[in-house]
Each structure stands twice: as C-alpha cells, then as structure tokens.
Design a protein around this ligand. Structure first.
Ligand code: ZN
Length: 253
C-alpha cells in the first residue's frame, strides 16, 4: 500500500486570467484538464489510480501551539468539503487511535518543507487511509487559504490545477475559498460513476463526461469531447516524468 506525498503550498508568481465557465466545450475542456491535474497527479507526477475516501473520516485537531483560534475553521472546512463529497466526518480527541485526518499547527520552519503542507496516504485500491495537515499559524492572513488548499488535498486531489481558477492553483495565491471549479471537481471525484482505484485514463474520460453533464453540455457533444479526452489523457500521462520532484516526497510515518 501506501504512497505518502507531501504537498507543500509554495507560491509561484504571475496570476493569470481564467476562462469564464459556461455550458460550452472550452469550459468542459478546462474543467476536465483541471480534474486531471488535481486528481490524477501526485504533485507533478502521474497517478496510476484515482484515490478518494471510501469510509468515514475521524478528524483530530491539535489544540495547542497556536491552533486554538483556528480549530473551528478547520472543522468547518472539513465538514463543508465532506458534505459535497458525502463523506461522514466525526470529530475525535487529539490522540484518539481512530484519527485518520489529523491537523496540527506549523510554527517552526523545517529545511525544505513548507509551513503549510499535507501528507496523504492511500491504499492500492484507491481508498484514502490517512491525511496529516500542517497549518501555518504564523501567517494569520493566509490561514484560510492554507486550510482549504490542504484539506482539498486530503480528499484525494493530490496535484495542483494551476491552469484553472482554483484554491489549489499556485497562480491564484490569494484565493482563499473554494471556487466553482473546485466544487465541480469535488462533485466529480465523488460521483458514483467514478470509483476509488479506477485507472487514471479511464477516470479522466469518465470525469470529463460527468463534468460535461454538470456544465450543461448535451450527451452527443460530451461524448465527442470526452472521447478525444481519453486519448489525450493517455498520451499526456505517458509523457510525464515517472518521478516525483525532489522535496515533495516523504518516506512515510
Ligand atoms: Zn498544494
């Protein structure tokens, strides 16, 4: 089992404009690309399978080292995102052995690690098993973005859709709340037509169909758009380097 990936929230400059969403093919293509970038990559490397929660989340939040003012915000973010994904959340005490979604404060800079980061762990069958999030409490004006960005990673989005207006995109570093595309991607990832462990190319095509439907595209046009998507996704994923970027992989814990 178990690949563990640390997903830091580094920033890159140059905020870019984003396409206007609408029931048209460019909106579908953009949403489908965003989904592939967010759900079918592990940071910058291709994922072999879709990962998502298949059982309940037991959320434990540290109430020390500066997390106290933010625990309500963390729980609200996890419950809001879980509500869209239809995943059950139970808050448990710090140290509870059932805890599988763990959030603590980041206060001391470690070499090569962002103070705002997450590690996600999933099984070969694509079921998420453990998430650990570190929230940078030393930058109060960025706490909301850090929480929403990292909690989304914790629901199975292991990459970053930089080309889209998303809280997961480094090109929109001041976006703190989930955007329309984030909600769409989340609905698609947890749609019953996808499943944990689904192979990446198959998941890409199926997600495209779901996103097209949600964006109001007719079935015939959706089939055309998403058929080409399957070929493009296979080619794109095959062309990506089969390694993780240095500094983005932990040995496990
Ligand atoms: Zn990230």
């Amino acid at each position: 089992m178990a690949i563990v990936s640390a997903l830091g929230a580094a920033l890159i400059p140059a905020p870019a404009g984003h396409a206007t969403d609408g029931p048209n093919s460019s909106a579908v293509q953009e949403a489908a690309q965003a989904f592939d970038d967010a759900a079918l990559r592990i940071d910058t490397s291709p994922a072999t399978e879709l990962a998502r929660w298949t059982g309940p989340i037991y959320l434990a939040i540290a109430e020390h080292q500066g997390m106290e003012p933010h625990t309500g915000k963390v729980e609200a973010a996890v419950r809001m995102i879980a509500g869209i994904a239809r995943v059950t959340v139970s808050r448990v005490n710090w140290g509870d052995t059932r805890a599988n979604f763990i959030v603590r404060a980041g206060t001391v800079q470690e070499p090569g690690k962002s103070l705002c980061r997450s590690s996600v762990d999933w099984m070969d069958d694509g079921s998420m098993v453990r998430v650990e999030i570190v929230v940078n409490v030393t930058a109060p004006d960025r706490v909301t973005r850090c929480i929403n960005h990292e909690v989304l990673h914790g629901f199975g989005f292991r990459g970053h859709p930089h080309g889209s207006f998303s809280v997961l995109s480094y090109r929109h570093p001041h976006q703190a709340q989930l955007t329309g595309i984030d909600r769409l991607m989340l609905e698609a990832l947890y749609d019953p037509r996808l499943r944990a462990g689904m192979r990446a190319a198959e998941a890409s095509a199926a997600a495209c169909g779901i996103l097209a439907e949600k964006l109001g595209t007719g079935p015939a046009e959706a089939r055309t758009l998403c058929a080409t998507r399957l070929v493009a996704a296979r080619r794109h994923l095959a062309a990506m380097p089969p390694f993780l970027q240095p500094g983005y992989r932990d040995a496990g814990y």
